[in-house]
Ligand binder design. Sequence first.
Ligand code: DGY
Length: 324
Amino acid sequence: KPKVLISQMIPEEVVRLAEGVCEIDLHPESHPLPKEELIARLKNKEGLVCLLTDLIDDEVLSGAAGLKVVANVAVGYNNIDVAAATRRGIVVTNTPGVLTETTADFAWALLMAVARRITEADRYVRAGKFTSWQFLTLLGEDVYGKTLGVLGFGRIGRAMARRAGGFGMRVLYHNPKRVDPAVERELQATWVEKATLVKESDFLTVHTPLLPDTHHCIGAPELKLMKRSAILINAARGPMVHEAALVQALQEGWIAGAGLDVFEEEPRVHPGLLTLSNVVLAPHIASASRETRTKMAAMAVENCLAVVQGKRPPNPVNPETLTS
Ligand code: DGY
């Protein structure tokens, strides 16, 4: 049987699925292996199923002579040096599609929570401050009828646009390439330049992949262009937003609020964010529904098993490594 390392705990039913076909070496914890141990345990493996907190860099790959596949349990794969894997003929796979709606639900929940001050309201009640109903307490912002700006119009960005339809919103988007006009029509979404998007959005939500040219794509210049009443949402990858600039923008009122599921140096959160009441913070859980996390793990295992069994995996990110 081919040997596969599962780097961290995933749902047991999915581990059992893999055990039927492979010899599994499971690290049954919810944190990454130290690098030396990861390298040591990969020495005799053909497959690796890993999570986004596992850093799979050139050094890790260079020690794994028999490795054929790195199956990430995430749609993003910035934790993997894909170029180094490709040079070695190692297939890298991800889990697109299964988490789209769950992630958009959560990004939408962040948007609503910031606009309507849900977490502030919760803290207010728990602190015993709800002693009388007050007309002017905890006033938030309307969502209905506002402008949603979507930066990055892939699967999740489009799922946000669909949600905006139910809220009577105007939808603007920016993407390096305009999407098919039929998609624009269906989602009632209009392509605009990035500067227009940033200027005109009441809610700006980031859904680009993390690439060298999307790093800090929302920084001080963009935050200064935004409306003072605007709210920024990021449930994609932390380094897309310049966190120190965001803290300054929130402190100085360049924008009104932010909902963040991701951070520049996870799990570290900029201390300035922790002191602000106009932000809602979450620990990178946008895809964390029971059903979706199980589907993601199953999809990654399916990708891994396909490669170790000599078949084409459903979700390669470097298909040039596949011969047929
Ligand atoms: C991903 O899949 O890239 C998310 O960040 C975690 O679900």
